[in-house]
Design a protein around this ligand. Structure first.
Ligand code: G
Ligand code: G
Ligand code: MN
Length: 447
């Protein structure tokens, strides 16, 4: 029996034929109905050792297809995909269009997990050949998320959720497919949506704070500035690691707000420090670099209680290389405003000498992986030395980041670095602790 859902794909003209598009005949099935069918299959398999697989197939870039070719073309394409899947998969497999861009495929009678993987391969093979749509040829690519009832008592909504979660994970990790049991337990346990909501709230309530890590002149030991780093202890989740804060903010579209928050904290702190004020560096994510709102924010210099020269923006080499042309333009604007720019985590991001020659930065921070290894490996020392030499030739200041002990400090000095930052000098400090640290005047001075 071909379980062709009668409500979904019909070749007969629909009775309501008043408007032009009503004859395309694409009908999507509500999720409730999908759950009913899934329930029926799970029940049918209740007494044997067979499992049910749920495969979600999503047509990639569907919004682009709609926006480029229009509804008529897109719906005809979707219908053709559904038809091909229904015809070419085994008869007992159920193909259900749940949206123009998405199909749920129910696989009854799975004996072993491998069959699910094979079915996904088969689905890819089926959709791979060109589709002929309204006279033109079109290739479709899909992303797949799947799960299966390894737990006999799993409820239909939970099994569907797992498949949805696998599809989401495939998107987040830029994979073309994912089966739910492949997701790290840790990862699937992270309540991303809850964390996102709490982060949104925390931003509105000014709960995200900054700590400041000193950077010192390598020869005199004098402070030349601080790097601002986000910190957040959520009432709900406890201490949230900064890289998770940043990743969540980026995914949730909150990174701009977080960046404004950080910049505001920096400005405010500079004012509060008064005579103890030192230049502050703020990290920028790739996502915010060419945001016009950021440019406007920074451009309103007159309302600042912080001279523009006291601000440094740090951007990683990798972020720069995501869109070097655009980054060059934006950096030039920042430079013209008088802001200093620093290239962070240098040595890990494959920037070309072509960019290095022209990029309007004042500073390079050599990635701490190289710095940390100098003690053990001559080659790392040589790499640091070479980067420092090149950077100096280009007129750039060189920072060694992640300096954790005296030996590394001196190796960085030998290699030609100008500034050091790291636990050996100081951990990142709260605003008041920073002032205490400054006043104590006990920082390291090289002999
Ligand atoms: O101390 P630390 O664990 O704070 O920071 C982890 C990472 O998060 C570092 O790579 C740092 O550059 C980044 N980071 C810290 N604060 C900010 C911030 O305000 N904005 C951005 N974009 N990145 C930050
Ligand atoms: O990527 P960025 O350079 O912005 O990273 C700053 C990160 O490095 C923060 O997570 C900060 O806490 C961390 N950090 C600062 N100094 C040291 C150090 O000496 N050792 C280690 N392991 N991490 C450091
Ligand atoms: Mn940094």
């Amino acid at each position: 029996m071909v379980s062709r859902p009668t409500t979904s794909i019909s070749d007969a003209p629909t009775p309501l034929n008043e408007c032009e598009c009503s004859d395309i005949g694409f009908r999507s099935v509500p999720r409730d109905e999908v759950l009913c069918r899934l329930h029926a299959l799970l029940t049918a398999n209740a007494d044997n050792d067979r499992m049910v697989g749920v495969v979600l197939v999503e047509i990639n870039q569907y919004q682009r297809i709609l926006g480029t070719y229009g509804y008529r073309f897109s719906a005809t394409l979707s219908k053709a995909v559904a038809k091909r899947l229904t015809e070419q998969l085994p008869a007992k497999v159920v193909v259900i269009p749940v949206a123009l861009s998405e199909f749920v495929i129910l696989l009854p009678d799975l004996k072993i997990r491998q069959q699910l993987g094979l079915a996904i391969n088969k689905i890819r093979q089926i959709v791979f050949p060109l589709f002929s749509v309204l006279g033109s040829s079109f290739r479709v690519s899909v992303t797949v998320g799947a799960s299966y009832s390894i737990d006999k008592d799993i409820s239909p909504p939970e099994l569907m959720r797992q498949a949805d979660n696998a599809l989401l994970h495939a998107h987040d990790s830029r994979l073309s497919q994912c089966i739910h049991d492949e997701i790290d337990v840790d990862e699937s346990e992270i309540p991303f949506l809850a964390l996102q909501l709490d982060l949104e709230r925390a931003l509105a309530q000014n709960e995200i704070t900054s700590v400041f890590q000193p950077k010192v002149d390598i020869h005199t030991g004098r402070v030349v500035g601080v790097e601002s780093l986000v910190r957040w202890t959520s009432p709900q989740f406890g201490f949230v690691r900064p890289d998770l804060i940043i990743a969540t903010a980026e995914r949730a579209g909150l990174i701009n707000e977080l960046t404004f928050n950080t910049l505001n904290n920096a400005i405010l702190q500079y004012q509060r420090w008064g005579e103890h004020g030192v230049p502050i560096a703020v990290n920028l994510s790739a996502e915010v670099i060419d945001d016009p709102a950021l440019m406007r924010f920074i451009g309103r210099r007159n309302i600042w209680g912080m001279p523009v020269e006291a601000l440094t923006l740090e951007i990683t080499e990798t972020a720069f290389m995501e869109n070097p042309e655009r980054a060059m333009e934006v950096f030039t604007e920042f430079r013209d405003m008088g802001i200093k720019l620093s290239m962070d985590d240098f040595g890990t991001g494959y920037s070309s000498f072509e960019y290095l020659k022209n990029i309007p930065i004042q500073e390079i921070k050599i990635d701490r992986a190289f710095i940390d290894n100098m003690r053990h490996d001559r080659k790392d020392h040589l790499i640091v030395q070479t980067i420092a030499e090149l950077a100096k030739g280009l007129g750039l200041r060189v920072i060694a980041e992640g300096v954790e002990d005296e030996e590394t400090y001196h190796l960085a000095m030998e290699a030609g670095c100008d500034v050091v930052q790291g636990y050996f000098i100081s951990r990142p400090l709260g605003p008041d602790d920073f002032v205490e640290w400054l006043k104590a005047d006990e920082w390291y001075r090289p002999a």
